[in-house]
Write a protein that binds this ligand. Structure first.
Ligand code: HEC
Ligand code: HEC
Length: 146
């Protein structure tokens, strides 16, 4: 009985959200109306090479300043490591992977990237060269500023 009433209230909620959306029209954060079946937006530009994006708080995983389209990460291969690993970073002129990424959850230092850091995109996300959606006058505190 409880399940049924939950289901019915979920239905009502879904219905009212739909009605509201139809009444007001859905507006994107950039104030454009969202059209159904609109063509996909054009690909965004990434910053030029060697432009790392400043961090906003201590220990933030740095943003990825380049495209990662088609970079594969699975149990057999990790495209990110072909440039960022300790073995390859020099030749590829990429940022060296942080040594913190070799520490296992039990605090052991491993000889390779720790499994908990293997899926890079859990923490690092690409950032395009775009204007921020909302203003932000946050300033990092003195000595902690990058
Ligand atoms: C073809 C080589 C290459 C591959 C593959 C690659 N990167 Fe990079 N990456 C670079 C280079 C070079 C830089 C230095 C900035 C620049 O020149 O764009 C960089 C910069 C970065 C930075 C910024 C570091 C900082 O301190 O600001 C992060 C984070 C990063 N990459 C993560 C990744 C992740 C995650 C992947 C996989 C999804 C990846 N990269 C794949 C070459 C690569
Ligand atoms: C659990 C979150 C997490 C995962 C997963 C992760 N990172 Fe990071 N990464 C961080 C954080 C936090 C930092 C900054 C602090 C530090 O150095 O540990 C960082 C720093 C870095 C840096 C910059 C080092 C420097 O000296 O500026 C690079 C490059 C990087 N990571 C690459 C990678 C790659 C490649 C992978 C995947 C193999 C990966 N990371 C997976 C959280 C993560």
């Amino acid at each position: 009985m409880k399940k049924i009433s939950l289901f019915v209230s979920a239905l009502c909620l879904a219905y009212s959200v739909n009605v509201l959306a139809a009444d007001t029209g859905v507006i994107s954060l950039r104030n454009g109306a969202l059209e159904e079946n609109a063509p996909a937006e054009t690909m965004k530009d990434f910053p030029k090479q060697n432009d790392s994006v400043g961090i906003n708080y201590v220990n933030q995983p740095p943003l990825i300043p380049h495209s990662i389209r088609d970079y594969r990460i699975d149990t057999r291969s990790n495209k990110c490591l072909s440039c960022h690993s300790l073995k390859n970073f020099k030749a590829m002129k990429a940022t060296k992977i942080s040594t913190t990424h070799f520490v296992s959850r039990d605090g052991e230092v491993l000889s390779d990237v720790s499994p908990r850091r293997y899926f890079c995109l859990q923490c690092h996300v690409p950032q395009v060269d775009a204007k921020p959606l909302v203003g932000n006058d946050f300033k990092p505190a003195g000595a902690l500023a990058e």
